[in-house]
Write a protein that binds this ligand. Structure first.
Ligand code: SF4
Length: 370
C-alpha cells in the first residue's frame, strides 16, 4: 500500500542526489515544488502535520547517533540511523506531534553518501556490536515503497559483520524485504498493542492481526523478528484486550524466531498533552493519573506500571515456554525486579544483555547454516 502523497517539496541542495530523481520518477504524477528550506512553504492548514507532503531534504546533521535515552532510567544502548522524520500514520500518542515546527514527511536524500561515513565509524570498532534502528523518528517501513531505503541498508548490512539493523514498523510493508537475500543481520520488528488501542489510537495503522500475519511471513522467510509493546496503555478491561494480542501471537508466530520483546508504559513530555487534546479529542490515553518522572515525563504510578509489565511478561513467557528476550524501556532497577524478577542493573547491563541476544541468534543461525 502506498500512502497518499499530494505534493513534493524539494529543498535547496536536494537536486544533486540520485535519490531525489529516483523518488520523483517513482511519483511522477505528483507535483514538485522547489523551496529554500523548511520554512519556505506554508503548511496545509487542513492537515496540521502536513502528512501528505513529502519533503526531500539534504540533511546536515549526524546520521548515526545514540538513542537519547535518559540518565535516570535503564536504557538499551541503541543507535539510531536517521533516515527521515515523521510518518503517514497518525497515532494519538506519537511524540513526533510535538515537532510541529518540522511538519511533513521528510526523507533525507543524502543517505547514500552519508552511509559510507557511518560504515567507516562502525568498521573502526570491529569488536563492538552495533544495534541500529531506523524507527525512532519515523516508521521504518511505511515509506519504503517510495524511498526504497531498504535497498541501501541491505547493501550496507551485508558487509558489516558486527551490526544488526532493526526495522520497527506498524505496517505490513514487507514485500520488498522478502525479495532480499541478506537476512541474517536484519531484525524486522512490530510495534504491538491491544487490538482496542490499535483501533482507537493508532489511526491509519493496520490491525494487530494484519501486523502479525506480516511478521509470520518474515519469520517464514528466515528473518529474525522483534516486538515492542510500547506504549502500554491502561484502558477498560486492558488485561483481556492485551491477552487477545498474545492469543494472536500464538496463532501466527514461532517464539524461537523472536530476538526480543520490549515493554514500555505510556509516558510523555508535558508539551505533548495539549497537542493530544487538540488533535485527538476522542483519545482515552490521558484518562488516567500520571506522576512526574525523574526524566521530566509524565508516567503511570509505579504500582500500575509493575502490574502491567508483570501481567504481560507472564503471558508472553507462558506462551513462549521461555523468556523471549523481555526487556523494559526506560525503567528503574526497582521496576525491573518487581516486574520481571531480575534486573540488568544499569544501562550497560541492559546493553550487554541485548548484545548477547544478538550473539545467541547469530550462533543459532550459523549452526543451522541459514
Ligand atoms: S507509527 Fe510511530 S512514528 Fe508513525 S505516527 Fe505512530 S507513533 Fe508516530
Amino acid at each position: 500500500m502506498r500512502y497518499k502523497i499530494n505534493k513534493i517539496l524539494q529543498e535547496d541542495g536536494a537536486e544533486s542526489f540520485p535519490l531525489t530523481s529516483d523518488i520523483k520518477n517513482r511519483l511522477n504524477d505528483i507535483p514538485v515544488f522547489t523551496c529554500r528550506n523548511q520554512d519556505d512553504f506554508p503548511v496545509d492548514e487542513t492537515d496540521d502535520m502536513d502528512k501528505q507532503t513529502l519533503r526531500l531534504i539534504p540533511f546536515r546533521g549526524e546520521f548515526l547517533k545514540p538513542c537519547p535515552g535518559t540518565n535516570n532510567y535503564i536504557c538499551c544502548g541503541y543507535m539510531i540511523l536517521n533516515i527521515g522524520t515523521n510518518c503517514p500514520l497518525n497515532c494519538s500518542y506519537c511524540i513526533l506531534q510535538a515537532y510541529f515546527n518540522k511538519p511533513s514527511l521528510r526523507i533525507f536524500v543524502n543517505l547514500e553518501d552519508e552511509l559510507s561515513k557511518v560504515a567507516t565509524s562502525i568498521d573502526k570498532s570491529p569488536g563492538k556490536i552495533f544495534r541500529i534502528g531506523t524507527g525512532e523518528f519515523t516508521d521504518s517501513l511505511a515509506l519504503d515503497d517510495i524511498h526504497k531505503f531498504s535497498d541501501l541498508i541491505t547493501d550496507f548490512i551485508s558487509t558489516r559483520k558486527n551490526t544488526v539493523i532493526e526495522y520497527k514498523t506498524k505496517t505490513t510493508e514487507i514485500k520488498r524485504l522478502l525479495n532480499y537475500k541478506t537476512r541474517e543481520r536484519v531484525i524486522v520488528s512490530w510495534s504491538l498493542n491491544s487490538p482496542y488501542i490499535a483501533t482507537h489510537e493508532e489511526h491509519g495503522a493496520p490491525s494487530i492481526e494484519k501486523r502479525l500475519i506480516a511478521a509470520k511471513a518474515c519469520q517464514d522467510e528466515g528473518y529474525i523478528t522483534g516486538f515492542h509493546f510500547d506504549p502500554l496503555i491502561t484502558h477498560d478491561d486492558w488485561k483481556e484486550h492485551y491477552s487477545e494480542t498474545i492469543d494472536l501471537m500464538a496463532k501466527y508466530l514461532r517464539p524461537e524466531k523472536i530476538i526480543w520483546i520490549s515493554m514500555g508504559c505510556m509516558r510523555f513530555l508535558p508539551s505533548l498533552k495539549k497537542i493530544i487534546l487538540n488533535r485527538h479529542p476522542e483519545s482515552i490515553i490521558l484518562n488516567n493519573e500520571f506522576v512526574h518522572g525523574l526524566d521530566g515525563k509524565s508516567r503511570y504510578f509505579k504500582p500500575l506500571r509493575i502490574e502491567m509489565y508483570s501481567f504481560l511478561g507472564k503471558l508472553l513467557k507462558d506462551w513462549a515456554g521461555f523468556d523471549p528476550g523481555l526487556y523494559l524501556c526506560m525503567e528503574s532497577d526497582e521496576i525491573w525486579h518487581k516486574s520481571l524478577g531480575w534486573s540488568p542493573g544499569n544501562s550497560e547491563g541492559l546493553s550487554n544483555y541485548l548484545d548477547n541476544r544478538v550473539r545467541l541468534f547469530w550462533d543459532t543461525t550459523l549452526e543451522k547454516g541459514e
